[in-house]
Design a protein around this ligand. Structure first.
Ligand SMILES: [Zn+2]
Length: 180
């Protein structure tokens, strides 16, 4: 009997060591009551490509496999709950760290009048996100004759949706192709 117990315990410890947890710390105020107090959807990407979606539990905690982090070297975590445009949260590039905590709402450093990108820590490719019906798309034709559509016009990045709530991204980094 004692032998069986120790075997089960060993398996549980192994499983726990095998994952990295992501914990969303919500700071709720009277201004942002739109947030649901439950399950959130996180999308994990590597080099811009979706790897998997994971759900948080009701404490805001989700888990991903360390093997996946090691395989890709670094993965980006986005909040993609219903009603939220893809919001960049953090980059996980160290599988030795067991817990990544993310405070929500996000707070960014500012330089001049732009938010500093939380991924590349630069401000030169930052565009302000614009929501609304007047979607602007810039069309460029390359020398090779290819047509490129861009959501960037002037210093703005047009989101192409009217959906807004307190969690929707306010900025876009064209270097990392992330909204934050
Ligand atoms: Zn960036």
């Amino acid at each position: 009997m004692k032998l069986i117990f120790s075997f089960i315990l060993t398996v549980l410890i192994f499983c726990k060591n095998d994952i990295t947890e992501i914990k969303l710390n919500y700071n709720r105020t009277t201004d942002n009551q739109v947030w649901s107090n439950g399950i959130d959807v996180l999308t994990i990407k590597a080099s811009g490509k979706e790897i998997q979606k994971v759900l948080t539990d009701e404490t805001g905690t989700a888990a991903i496999n360390k093997a996946m982090i090691n395989k890709h070297g670094a993965v980006d975590v986005f909040l993609t709950s219903i009603g939220v445009e893809e919001l960049y949260l953090t980059t996980i590039d160290n599988a030795a760290i067991d817990l990544y905590e993310v405070n929500i709402p996000r707070h960014y450093r500012f330089k001049f009048d732009r938010a500093v990108c939380p991924k590349c820590n630069k401000v030169d490719k930052i565009y302000k996100a614009v929501y609304g019906e007047n979607q602007v798309v810039t069309i460029e034709v390359t020398e090779g004759g290819d047509t490129i559509y861009s959501n960037i016009s002037g210093r703005k990045y047009y989101m192409g949706t009217c959906v807004t709530n307190a969690l929707n991204p306010l900025w876009y980094c064209d270097r990392d192709k992330i909204q934050f």
